[in-house]
Design a protein around this ligand. Sequence first.
Ligand code: SF4
Length: 698
Amino acid sequence: MSTETRTTCPYCGVGCGVIAKIDDTGAVSVKGDPDHPANFGRLCSKGSALAETIDLDGRVLHPQINGERANWDEALDLVAARFSQTIAEHGPDSVAFYVSGQLLTEDYYIANKLMKGFIGSANIDTNSRLCMSSSVAGHKRAFGADTVPGTYEDIERADLVILTGSNLAWCHPVIYQRLAAAKAARPSMKVVVIDPRRTMTADIADLHLAIRPDGDVALFMGLLAHLAGTAAIDQNYIGTHTNGFAEAFASASALSIADLMELTGLPSMQLRQFFRLFEETEKVVTCYSQGVNQSASGTDKVNAIINCHLATSRIGRPGMGPFSLTGQPNAMGGREVGGLANMLAAHMAIENPEDCDRVQRFWQSPDIARKPGLKAVDMFRAVADGRIKALWIMATNPVVSMPDADAVAAAIAACPFVVVSDVLQETDTTQYAHVLLPSLGWGEKDGTVTNSERRISRQRAFLKAPGEAKADWWQMAEVGRRMGFAGEFSFPSAADVFAEHAGLSAFENNGSRDFDIGAHRQIDADAYDALTPFQWPQSENTQAQITRFFGEGGFFHADRKARFIAVEVPVSDRTSTDFPLTLNTGRIRDQWHTMTRTGKSARLSAHIAEPFAEIHPRDAMEIGVASAGLVEIESPYGKAVVRALVTDRQARGSLFVPMHWNDQFAAKARIDAVVAPLTDPISGQPASKNVAVAARPL
Ligand code: SF4
């Protein structure tokens, strides 16, 4: 008899609903869930190929210690003993967890509880640091909390959609499909794409602004200064609901049109056209993604965008608002439980002693971290210099994905004790594991994820756990129990973890915190199984669900007002005589992260079979690189070799290389070995879009 299970796609932050069917022969097929509010039945190529990636080839099926098969008790006892011993000898900050936006919220919750509440360190960071931490920092500065104000529906209802630093067509394809359908139904809708590259997304644009790398801060400063002199400015909203406009305006208005042209690389006609479009269109949504976040000025970019929406009160109303498009399937869920080194839990602040006390009261924990831990780049530096002596890596492949990846590999290789939890036996990272723990994959694990519009959906198991694989939350809870916290880490199921997470979100929450899902704090196994997608907040006492924030103020700073931020023009040109080109890394349509799952699908790999560098024809000619020839890309940190794709979609003086390939799929193609470990000073997010490199034919 065939069965159907409603679940959620494990790839991007759109969070599409999927119906997985197992037929009489045991074959699995997938289709979009027509009732899921994120996708209404749509799937992109990656989601459609999910059934092709769930075979057991290459899976790790049993715990291993130093490459030898072990049983769970042996492996977990060893992990608990080595972490406890390291903490006893060197203190709680000598250990660290590096986790992932691929984890489910329940996994993230246990990881954060164990590290911050019971080990007493905040050394837990996540690959979401590489994804959206600049948006988190920008939200917190402007709104007082990490709150996404709007919904996907706003993108469809807007009259002007600005896509900045977002190749939506390839990176959030179902949102792109929704946008394209809305524009086809209502051709008066305008789309502006701001991107140095002419991506596939630019094909839908009424206006493509081929901006200089990191020119966005100046562009939105110029827009703010322009708006201030027009009827679009909302003085009433500014006066009633915000602080700091005068300072932000003073900083923005210091730039002349000549400055803006220089800083953005855009002609004055395009600048004025963009400014007028924004001025004259009330319903504006500005979507931004990694081109904004992955920058040494990422947080300022986010705030420069938010400043313009606050100044015009175009926020939290239908068809209006700044909108952060999250990269990963559960970066948002991780944020909600405090999965970043500088956050606490349930959107509480680690710098706030009252929040720390509250979380400690709720957890009844012996300790609580009261200062931020090490963010990803600094965490691996601390591994390299020996400050961190025990490291647990979960559901991520930092030897491929971290900037300065060769140095990260060397750091992990030299770390005295490394635990890796993964679904695969052989990745670039698992080779360094002293203890390798088999995790459940998509279709095998149970839990929740949160998408870019604050919508919490279930991922449900429909396949039997292979071998001895176990849920990530279970692994960490078992280690917590073995470290002496048996009572606090006794969770019979993922539903119990979710209930505690919901309880913490509501604990002593009088509405001063944005994240509250207290309506689910007593959820039982049946209700958890039946849980349908919902947007947070959903507090115990609220009858009507809040779908948008801030249309009438109500921010989360103590005075309930938003903050304009007086942003500064960043350094944008990082090139030099030796490294004269600007490297921009990113995704392609049919691969995900380091290809450990999507690389299994021949259909997906047929889209683009090899790693490549997009290069402008004149640059190719000057360097002497032929189309389809091999090109070596070098920075002071490392080298990579890829095939040249000569195209005038790429701006002069720049290269685009996808982030996915690793040594298993193409030798010497790990582009993150070339990326500098330069980070945004506020968010700690690496600047993966603006790296000075040299290129030469091979
Ligand atoms: Fe999955 Fe994202 Fe594609 Fe939706 S758009 S099917 S969530 S990869």
